[in-house]
Design a protein around this ligand. Sequence first.
Ligand code: UFG
Length: 327
Amino acid sequence: MTILVLGGAGYIGSHTVYALEENGEDVVIADNLETGYIEAVHPKARFYKGDIRNADFLNALFSKEKIDAVIHFAANSLVGESMTNPLKYYDNNLYGTMVLLKSMVKNGVDKIVFSSTAAVYGEPESIPILESARKNPTNTYGETKLAMERMMKWTSNAHGLHFVSLRYFNACGAHKSGKIGEAHNPETHLIPLILQVPNGKRARINIFGDDYDTPDGTCIRDYIHVTDLAAAHILAVEYLQKGGENNIFNLGNGVGFSVKEVVETARKVTGHSIPSVISPRRAGDPAKLVASSEKAKQILGWKPAYSNLEDIIASAWNWHKNHPDGF
Ligand code: UFG
């Protein structure tokens, strides 16, 4: 099977490519390297530098390579940036996906697995969050991902596209080989920012708000290892190959940890005191996001291998301590 991974030089994309290669698949990567890294590209994959908004680039790629399925990670994904520059998100995420789907229809490629997010839900009405829960995004990023899901649905109705949308909760951790890991510039995510402290890159971690309606007052999130996310993409491609119907799955551990618990666990893993200060709340942060991933477990047979926060942070630390400046 030949699989095209769009955004295969990014964080979750590169880990999925490594998992596909470990599975013996033939992998083609396209990435514009705007937020991805050439160093993250698996040496065995065929790499094309280009942008999904460029129809000529995509049509040429689909003519050259015989693609059985697409895994689509190519998008901007920073919640804060999506609020200050919303049209960048409409352009890359929504317009980019429209050009992609047009090209897939034109070239007869009919299977796609797609990165979605917990941000499509907004402030949840109940925990754990089911796929059927109300969708009311509180930021442009989540809004564009929800619109991308709906674009897939209508394209499927009209043109027979088959899709699976995977809604990730908080992706974290790094590949066991130590070759690839999380590297964002600028970094905004909690675990890599915490690990900058023992790496000597930052004096302390800011805890954004301790007056939320949670047991210790800090926000609760569902942290899921990137290798477990990668495995779900492979299961989703296999599900579509076997004729599975269009579907949407949450991907999380189903267990929530507060910001204070994450900082405390990082202290244990790194042996560093990691000073913290309570700072004002960050705009748009829901108090608690925890997934129900029962559907992915039942239908895809997905079983996350990492459920222990200490192991997850140890895996992230294994990457960050050796790559304090990223790639
Ligand atoms: N946080 C801090 N200090 C920091 C950074 C983060 O206290 O320096 C807190 C945040 O306020 C939040 C938690 O740590 O409560 C996790 O924050 P992240 O930025 O790591 O992750 P988010 O939960 O904000 O975002 C993640 C993904 C998004 C996705 C979202 C779904 O990164 O892509 O989950 O809600 F959209």
